[in-house]
Ligand binder design. Structure first.
Ligand code: ATP
Length: 247
């Protein structure tokens, strides 16, 4: 049996009387690429922030990387990687300065950071951009850099919130090569996306509708269950039920 890196049960988040995330329960296994889908406003970001220890649940319980999401949220923050929609890169710092900053935040030594920076820049073919201010990088490059710094400390799990928004399919494909590479090294990947071709690349996918998980399985099994040719069709069949955000 594979180890569970995420285990949550009845996780709920209310904002006043509005229930943004409504009693969700699921597990993610070590090394999985787990897709977290849902229409705008379905509750994906809110759920992810609870898993990352950034936001406290109103109800429910769970563990991430073995730590309790309520009592040990500080430990979770230190032991995961997180790439938010706005990514955390500092636009007015150079590429190498951003890498050093995040390496430091994650507790790596100066020597380790220097060594790993050289390896990373070479791997990304970014050596010429070492001294470039991040604000001058094209969006796709920023996304690759943001992902690289999110996993610089080799966390057990990385959370990616719409990591490939706004770039062309070729660039998105390159980004997914990096995701596969991380997954091959044993890093569990939890990823939200609006692109249904990306959903097909995941080992398992959950689909949220109005704060609840309405379906969860492998893409092929979901296509079978929903008698659909593509994940896009599965998604549209489910999203039709949504009352939030689609009007
Ligand atoms: N701090 C908040 N206060 C009140 N309502 C909020 C807050 N954060 C989120 N919401 C509401 O909760 C619902 C879920 O939002 P969330 O951002 O989690 O959705 P999402 O699935 O990530 O959507 P998107 O794909 O647009 O990012 C939305 O209706 C949103 O307006």
């Amino acid at each position: 049996m594979s180890k569970k890196v995420i285990e949550v049960s009845d996780l709920t988040k209310k904002f006043g009387s509005f229930t943004a995330v409504d009693h969700i329960s699921f597990n993610v296994e070590e090394g999985e690429i787990f897709g977290f889908l849902g229409a705008n406003g379905a509750g994906k970001t809110t759920a992810m922030q609870m898993l990352c220890g950034i936001s406290m649940p109103t109800a429910g319980e769970g563990t991430v990387a073995g730590y309790d999401i309520i009592k040990e949220n500080e430990l979770i923050k230190r032991n995961i990687g997180y790439m938010s929609q706005k990514f955390s890169l500092y636009e007015d710092l150079k590429v190498w300065e951003n890498i050093r900053l995040f390496g430091g935040i994650y507790g790596l030594s100066g020597k380790e950071i220097a060594l790993k920076t050289d390896i990373l820049l070479k791997k990304l073919d970014f050596e010429k951009e070492r001294n470039t201010l991040v604000k001058y990088l094209p969006l796709g490059w920023k996304q690759k850099l943001a992902f690289s710094v999110a996993i610089f400390h080799e966390p057990e799990i990385v959370f990616l919130d719409e990591p490939t928004g706004g770039v062309d399919p070729a660039m998105r494909r390159q980004f997914w090569e990096m995701i596969y590479d991380a997954s091959d090294r044993g890093i569990t990947v939890f990823v939200t996306t609006h692109y249904m071709d990306e959903a097909e690349y995941c080992n398992r996918v959950s689909i949220m509708v109005d704060g609840r998980i309405e379906a969860l399985d492998s893409p092929s099994e979901l296509r079978r269950q929903f008698k659909a040719e593509t994940m896009d069709e599965v998604f549209r069949k489910l999203a039709r039920k949504a009352e939030r955000g689609l009007k």
